[in-house]
Write a protein that binds this ligand. Structure first.
Ligand code: COA
Length: 173
């Protein structure tokens, strides 16, 4: 496992040291490992659902209309993509409607240039009674050489809800 992949797999907070590695590393393969649930997080957390239950991957190109006055991606767009991916991952996990209850540890590690190819990935890392913890990350990818860099990350709590919008249990089987 490479270093940046380890950051993602730990699925917690990306400290300064690893964040710096994320800024410069070539990370081909790390996302695949992360999505396969390998690594420390998968070893330690028994409640991590299998890959087919609780992941999402969305690819985008950054358009000028999504950029700020610096010519880089507006942070709110990245939040929207991560929220969307987290909702898909949690919805797949619960097979129920979900809402976002909380979002924290939002970190913008590197700017994303207008025109960039980005992938937003999310994975459920823990299932509670009605809630699910989800890690979401936005990665940039150099279209020509495949080099990937972790740009943005956040942790989410998504809650399964019934038709009345009230929390409803997530079945673990
Ligand atoms: C999320 C929501 C359904 C929770 O309803 P609630 O009556 O407060 O629910 P509860 O207190 O019973 O909590 C339900 C679960 O959510 C978790 N939860 C609720 N708020 C949370 C928060 N701020 N942080 C972390 N977890 C939270 C609880 O720990 C609990 O988890 P568990 O069942 O796995 O133990 C409700 O607050 C809501 O509808 N919020 C608005 C959601 C929304 O509009 N999101 C944006 C658009 S999707």
């Amino acid at each position: 496992m490479n270093r940046v992949g380890g950051v993602a797999m730990r699925g917690k907070l990306i400290n300064t040291k690893t964040r710096d590695a994320a800024r410069s590393a070539t990370v081909q393969g790390s996302q695949e490992s992360w999505l396969q649930g390998e690594g420390e997080m998968a070893d330690k957390e028994q409640s991590i659902p299998p890959l087919e239950r609780g992941h999402a991957l969305i690819a985008h190109r950054v358009f000028p209309g999504q950029s700020n006055t610096n010519g880089t991606l507006f942070g709110g767009e990245a939040l929207r993509w991560m929220d969307e991916a987290a909702g898909i991952a949690a919805g797949r996990c619960a097979r129920k409607a979900v809402v976002t209850a909380a979002m924290d540890r939002v970190e913008f590690h590197v700017p994303i240039m207008s025109g960039a190819l980005v992938e937003t990935i999310a994975r459920v890392t823990k299932i509670g009674r009605t809630s699910m913890q989800v890690i979401a990350e936005v990665w940039t990818e150099d279209l020509f050489n495949g080099e990937r860099t972790l740009a943005t990350s956040a942790n989410f709590v998504m809650v399964a809800v019934d038709d009345d919008g009230r929390p409803t249990p997530v079945e673990t089987e």
